[in-house]
Design a protein around this ligand. Structure first.
Ligand code: 5GP
Length: 192
């Protein structure tokens, strides 16, 4: 997606060979126009999939997930990383190890908002080793819902998550795939 790649080049910052900082437009300050375009792009790719619900994880997945939900006209549910005082039982939970924070969180979703007749699109901001997405897929499976696919804003193609999911037969649509972050430079994977 051209507009996204432009934002990555112009506003992203390479923090290390493995980490890209995008808090100028995606996960701290948010660019609403770009999010709207991202929502349109995901919704075009999944328009025929009969999606009934979008599932993401707080907090960085919420903006792209919400814009996609708006385009597809379906509700957006975000998994919580911290226990809510009002959300104590009736939960679907999974363990997720955070790549950037190097900590393990239990994520949770209320059973009220994910049902066995749902067709689910999982959305997240980044795909690195795939822990976050795998946790979300685990929750979809626990609900007995159908996973239609995954939508990722930025996939780091040099980390294992994308290959792992695709080898499991999961449809993964990434709007930008980064091939390398060597020498402080973002190199994108050529689109086929
Ligand atoms: P994974 O679970 O696939 O290993 O990592 C994905 C999660 O880690 C995403 O939800 C994202 O918040 C965070 N993450 C992974 N890599 C990066 C990165 O290079 N930059 C930023 N800003 N977040 C990342």
């Amino acid at each position: 997606m051209k507009l996204l790649k432009k934002a990555i080049i112009e506003k992203g910052r390479v923090l290390s060979e493995e980490v890209l900082k995008v808090d100028a437009f995606l996960n701290h300050q948010i660019d609403p126009t770009l999010m709207q375009e991202i929502g349109k792009e995901f919704s075009e790719r999944y328009r025929e999939a009969g999606i009934t619900k979008i599932l993401t994880i707080e907090s960085s997945g919420i903006a792209p997930a919400l814009m996609t939900g708006l385009e597809l006209g379906v509700p957006v549910v975000f998994a919580r990383k911290r226990k809510s005082l009002t959300l104590v039982d009736n939960l679907l939970t999974a363990e997720v190890h955070s790549f950037t924070k190097n900590e393990t969180n239990e994520i949770s979703v209320s059973k009220d908002y994910l049902k066995d007749d749902d067709v689910v699109l999982v959305i997240d901001d980044f795909l690195a080793n795939g822990q976050a997405v795998r946790g979300l897929i685990d929750i979809v499976q626990q609900a007995g819902a159908h996973l239609s696919g995954v939508g990722i804003v930025i996939e780091k193609g040099f980390q294992a998550g994308g290959d792992f999911l695709r080898n499991q037969g999961v449809r993964v649509e990434s709007l930008a795939i980064i091939e390398s972050l060597h020498h402080n430079e973002v190199i994108f994977r050529e689109e086929l």
